[in-house]
Design a protein around this ligand. Structure first.
Ligand code: IVH
Length: 693
């Protein structure tokens, strides 16, 4: 046998053993024998480097760490699905389907577990894995191919039949099973790294790591559930012999993809409901988290007929489970000082395992909540993990109260800097007003350097604390002036870490304006609001000059945010910080999209949406009446992201009036002025590009 032939045999065998081990959970050889095969392949490949191919099992972990992930546009948007919370809502869904398809129509449902993980898309070109991406905002996600390649249940090439297909895209959910999650957190505890709150967070965090070698060590798994065929031109290719979603799951399994084996097909909605109930009762027996069931019309042909709203397909719905509960003991109430000085009580709990993770803390929001629930330290409490990550205390079991723990009293001074706490107007929150309070400073720097903000690698909590304690910075504006000598002199900070940190600081200088705006930590200004505002005003100068009136004219920006921004930029200290950041050379303006360049610069600017989806560029739109699938804010957001400007009153300048139910005088006025008006379906068609302006 020639080396080339032996290499082929080894690769085939290893692929098959990977499939048996990671997908079927049914290995047929020992770990030792498996390692021997891999070693032999590695040796042969290093002796014959010309025979190395990217789909070799030895090439799962490759490349060098990347500082950012390229953004990729999904050929077909990755939608989410509507939620139902009880049987009646599932029956409503079925009635809607029947209404749309006609009373005589016949259809079945495929019902699957709703895996609580992170959605991804995998593209195979000519049978080989070519691209792996996150869902992102649904339109575009991050190219995380290098990270997804390390998941050993994901085939790097499709086993057979590759000649009959062109390219395919499969989508599914990456997750971490319970045992892997526990092991991962144990390891992190040993290394004194922060623990992950739950498997979903651990999954999301792992997929965003810059270094595929670390990703390879994370116990990531995947279930794939969507399959799309493409023709040579990249368009959707019908595959009439595979019209059933349920059959497609079978096809995926045949090709070596991990699919969930619990999916079933039912003709009657009653059976669907029973099956969902069965899993709600049995969910804790699974080795991974699910947060509901997904009900899909089985015929792919009907999916086209039923269509989708902008957010979700009409042919699928999620049946969400009620939050899981557990009982534990409240051991203490601690106070946390946030970046704006708000002092929040936090419940310390006796650790309890709930829905895939160990809970030892819960938010208490504010003093009133503690009083309303009559909580006392030592109480037995029922906690619940809802859709959100942070568990909450739902009630106290007073019958179990022993002894006479005192009622909780909110202190009058900051637990960290001891300055007097204040409460504004009718607000419930107590605030520490000392801007130099170490807890606030720490929280502000943590916010500024966080991954979704300026994303400064290496600026962890311990380093931040050290930098602040040593007085190296007085505010976030000083971060860019940190020197190698200063950092190198810190305890436990090696030369290499200091250099890494400086490199992290350096790369963060290029973050776009909206990120910088978010990083400033202006109260109430989240990522989305920051994006909208940066989009509108285009420069820090413009934002600083904006009045409350200018600000509320921006889609999704309400008076509370507007007021907060104006007052932030009235504060001398804040102006000083912005001044320092400007001097440090950070992006104080958005890159101007130049029509001639067509956004060819790529990067973040390309991600803002190319000219082709700006179907409402410069159009003035008014919304009136009640829409059935969106709130007005949502519709305004969609219009804004298509380049339109939403105003409140109809005039001759108005280009479109979008109207819902009970549209009153505005619709009449639009008619009399000759303004074009669109109902919900029409604006949807326009926004999704199914109709032109
Ligand atoms: S189907 C267009 N099936 O739930 C419908 N989604 O809210 C595409 N998910 O983004 C989704 N298990 O991340 C589907 N068996 C399953 C799922 C599933 C988990 C997630 C997925 C999706 C979200 C929908």
């Amino acid at each position: 046998m020639s080396p080339a032939e032996r290499i082929e045999v080894l690769r085939r065998d290893i692929r098959s053993h990977d499939h048996r081990y990671f997908v079927l959970d049914d290995p047929v050889i020992s770990d030792y024998d498996y390692d021997m095969l891999v070693n032999e392949l590695r040796d042969l490949e290093s002796a014959h480097p010309d025979l190395i191919t990217p789909d070799s099992p030895t090439r799962r972990v490759g490349g060098t760490p990347s500082s950012t992930f390229p953004v990729v546009r999904h050929p077909v948007p990755m939608l989410s699905i509507g939620n139902t919370y009880n049987d009646e809502e599932i029956r409503d869904f079925d009635r809607r389907i029947r209404d749309m398809l006609g009373p005589e129509s016949e259809y079945a449902y495929a019902v699957e577990l709703k895996i609580d993980g992170v959605a991804v898309s995998l593209r195979y070109e000519d049978g080989a894995l070519a691209l792996g991406a996150t869902r992102g905002d649904g339109e575009q996600g991050d190219d995380i191919t290098a990270n997804l390649r390390t998941i050993r249940s994901i085939p790097l090439r499709i086993t057979e039949r590759q000649s009959v297909l062109n390219n395919i895209e499969v989508r599914g959910e990456v997750y971490i099973p319970h045992d892997g999650f526990r092991a991962l957190n144990e390891l992190r505890a040993e290394r004194e790294e922060p623990l992950f709150a739950n498997p979903r967070n651990a999954t999301a965090g792992s997929l965003k790591l810059r270094d595929p070698r670390i990703v390879a060590e994370r116990p990531l798994r995947v279930f794939l559930y969507t399959l799309r065929f493409e023709d040579e031109a990249g368009a959707l290719a019908e595959q009439p012999e595979l019209d059933s979603h349920f059959q497609r799951l079978g096809w995926l399994a045949e090709q070596g993809f991990p699919t969930n084996r619990e999916a079933r097909r039912f003709a009657a909605i009653g059976e669907v409901i029973d099956f969902c109930q069965e899993w709600e009762d049995r969910r804790s027996s699974l080795p991974y988290d699910i947060d509901g069931m997904v009900i899909k019309v089985d015929s792919i042909g009907l999916h086209g007929k039923l269509g989708a709203t902008m957010k979700s397909p009409r042919w699928a719905i999620a049946s969400k489970f009620a939050a899981q509960r557990a009982t534990t003991r409240l051991t203490d109430i601690r106070l946390q000082v946030g970046r704006t000085g708000v002092v929040t009580p936090v419940a310390e709990l006796e650790p309890v395992f709930l829905a895939g993770s160990t809970i030892s803390r819960a938010t208490l929001h504010n003093e009133n909540e503690i009083r309303d629930k009559e909580l006392r330290v030592g109480d037995t409490v029922v906690i619940e993990k809802g859709g959100d990550v942070i568990p909450k205390i739902v009630k106290v079991d007073k019958s179990k109260r022993m002894g006479s723990a005192a009622q909780f009293k909110m202190p009058t001074v900051c637990p960290v800097c001891e300055s007097t706490l204040e409460r504004e107007g009718d607000e419930v929150a107590w605030r520490c007003r000392n801007e130099a309070c170490p807890a606030q400073m720490q929280a502000r720097v943590t916010h500024f350097t966080a991954r979704n903000a300026m994303d400064i690698e290496g600026f962890g909590p311990a380093v931040t604390e050290q930098i602040l304690e040593n007085g190296l910075i007085g505010d976030v504006g000083d971060i860019y002036g940190l020197t190698r000598e200063q950092l190198g002199a810190l305890e436990r900070m090696g030369e290499k870490s200091a250099d890494n940190l400086l490199r992290g600081i350096e790369t963060s200088r290029d973050r776009p304006l909206d990120r910088l705006l978010f990083s400033l930590g202006i109260p109430h200004v989240g990522e989305r609001a920051a994006r909208q505002i940066a989009d509108r005003f285009r420069s820090m100068e413009g934002i600083m000059a904006a009045s409350e009136e200018d600000l509320v004219a921006v889609p999704e920006i309400g008076p509370k945010i507007a007021e907060s921004i104006v007052s932030f930029f009235r504060n001398e200290r804040n102006l000083e910080i912005v001044g320092k950041l400007e001097k440090a050379g950070l992006n104080m303006a958005m890159a101007v999209p130049d029509a001639a360049e067509g956004g060819a610069e790529g990067g973040a600017d390309a991600a803002e949406g190319g000219a082709d989806d700006q179907v409402l560029a410069d159009k003035i739109v008014v919304i009136t009446g009640t829409l059935s699938n969106y709130t007005r804010e949502e519709m305004a957001g969609l219009i804004a992201s298509a380049g339109g400007r939403v105003t409140s009153s109809v005039s001759k300048k108005t280009d479109y009036l979008v109207y819902g139910e009970n549209a009153g005088s505005k619709l009449k006025k639009a008619q009399s002025l000759g303004v074009r008006f669109l109902n919900e379906e029409e604006i949807e068609a326009l926004l999704t590009g199914k109709q032109s302006t």
